[in-house]
Design a protein around this ligand. Sequence first.
Ligand SMILES: *Cc1c(COP(=O)(O)O)cnc(C)c1O
Length: 364
Amino acid sequence: MNLIRETINRLKLYRPGKPADQVERELGLKEVTKLASNENPLGPSPRAVAAMVEALKEVRLYPDNDCYHLMKAMAKHLDVPEDWLIMGRGSDEVIHLLGLAFVNPGEEVLMADPPFALHESTAVVMDGVAVKVPLKDYMHDLGAMREAITPKTKLIFISNPHNPTGTMVTRREVERFMDGLPQGIVVAFDEAYFEYVDSSEYPDSLAYVRQGRNVVVLRTFSKIYALAGLRIGYGIAPPNLMQHLRQVRQPFNVSNVAQAAATASLADKEQVERSRLVNQEGKRYLEGQLRRLGLKFAPSQANFIFVDLRLDSVAVFEKLLRQGVIVRTGDIFDFPTHIRVTIGTQADNEKFIAALEKVLSQGV
Ligand SMILES: *Cc1c(COP(=O)(O)O)cnc(C)c1O
């Protein structure tokens, strides 16, 4: 008899980006620049840091299970009732809760190929079937995804912008997708990079929640709010769905430190604006430099760029590492000649371009 559940054999281990201090230790380098995990180079709001310091004095206690202050601030920020919200240990946890609440064994979970890794593992861990629909020109192919719906489809993930490509699906495309969608399917819009989007074509996914559709919107404090290390994200859904996500959530899942930091971050609009501007300028700079180097890349609405180097990305990764720059290789996404690079500060971006140019001139 098998000790473990059979479906566990189908799970791949998550491979995170390398931590900078590990690379520094291993290669004896100083000042390694990590552009591998889409973290905000500016760091969190000083107000959030002050709130965290205060909250540290209370860690003897279990956190507020209802996230009272944060929920009030979030409801105001998003203009939705509090019972439409759930806080998670990162939006990753809310993705997992979607699987726990909705996916029976054998049911299908639809997503792009390559998907965001957690979308697939959530399907598999529930003994569901991950149905993956290839990207078209680096973008979700919502037409093909719509055609891939079967009577067994239970949950659909649309990451918008997508990770690893940074591409966006438009309001029109989403309208067409949602129009006449069969009953009994939950659509999850994973909007981890929501605050970075600067396109006027971006869909208003919250409108579907307001209409009472079976829609869950996922957002996070990890990206523009620069709180990735604290693990805090959230979901927004109509109360009839939310009630079931709450049933499967573990108590005390969000620490008091994370709650305090998130609440203070929401109040600091300038920090968000600054982060957005640094990202926009960085994106413009990097895109210009990549064009100068004759490289193709996916159109990004996020804080990273997916670039085709037309070279083995693992070999390039190793060479960039030796120059103190960590990026993400495309091989794990079945794009073996691509890398995903996070947009950093201007200094980070210049260091990356100089390192890349050196690798390209030397070859791999
Ligand atoms: C970064 C990311 C997340 C989640 O991050 P958390 O830190 O768990 O909130 C979710 N979805 C996508 C597509 C991401 O890139």
